[in-house]
Design a protein around this ligand. Structure first.
Ligand code: 6PG
Length: 251
């Protein structure tokens, strides 16, 4: 289904959504590596992408990717130690990174220990700028989720990172309503430079919000998922039937 802000694909369950997301990841990785010699991806947290990561970690998909050419970042991270059960790094590590031949140097962990949230965000922005060098920081793929309140990455409704204009690529977040409250997040200016952004959205608790995000008035400060509008890249919404239940009928 085409939408004025991207392409929408609806899946009957989370397994078929995960299978499509994993196949898309592998396809984008193969193309980026063939064309530019490397694939830069920003992973997302939450529960929805976990199955996709597990599919990528196992045959047949894991064997279709040249992992030493893959560079892994995180579009947001909870401000906890990397071995904390709330750490998105930990979840993605267990589901994917530990199972594939990815060199340690290609894992760009958000440095959540030894500084402050402000210094961590600044340092991660530096890491990203250094990775892209003279080029615009355009990730080959940014994966995103969406919460029932319309947040995406750690851009929450009404909080400054989502609601105030910024030129920063990465910002700290306090008082996030989804625990843990302190987080580090990519900003809209960084997300929207990506070549490809993919949302993974599942669950009936998101249906009403998703209807507003896709068909309601545009106000990214109130519904941050609406702020995702790649400037030169493209956007795909992978949605399960439960989350798609209230979308306007297909044209
Ligand atoms: C997190 C992510 C958050 C997540 C959405 C969707 O820390 O959890 O930053 O943006 O992607 O809340 O999460 P679910 O997939 O668990 O619904």
């Amino acid at each position: 289904m085409t939408h004025h802000n991207g392409t929408i694909e609806v899946f009957r369950d989370t397994n078929s959504l995960a299978a499509r997301a994993a196949a898309l990841f592998a396809d984008l990785a193969q193309h980026a590596i063939a064309e530019r010699g490397r694939f830069s991806v920003a992973l997302s947290g939450g529960s929805t992408p976990k199955k996709m990561y597990q599919l990528l970690a196992a045959p047949p998909l894991c064997d279709t990717i040249t992992w030493p050419d893959v560079h892994v970042f995180w579009g947001d991270e909870r401000y906890v130690a990397p071995d904390d059960d709330d750490s998105t790094y930990k979840m993605t590590g267990e589901a994917l990174l530990a199972h594939v031949p990815l060199p340690a140097a290609n894992i760009y962990l958000v440095p959540t220990i030894g500084g402050t949230p402000e210094s961590t965000a600044a340092s991660y922005e530096q890491t990203i700028r250094a990775f892209f060098g003279d080029h615009d920081p355009a990730f080959d793929l940014i994966l995103l989720g969406m919460g029932p309140d319309g947040h995406t990455a750690s851009l929450f409704p009404g909080l400054p990172a989502a609601a105030e204009p910024t030129e920063a690529l990465v910002l700290p977040v306090d008082d996030a309503p989804k625990p843990p409250p302190t987080r580090i997040t990519f900003t809209f200016p960084l997300i929207n430079q990506a070549r490809q952004v993919v949302f993974l959205i599942a669950g009936a608790d998101k249906a009403a919000t998703l209807q507003q995000v896709l068909h309601g008035p545009v106000d990214p400060a109130a519904l941050p998922a609406q702020g995702v509008r790649p400037t030169n890249g493209s956007l795909i919404w992978l949605i399960d039937e439960a989350a798609a239940a209230e979308l306007d009928p297909r044209p």
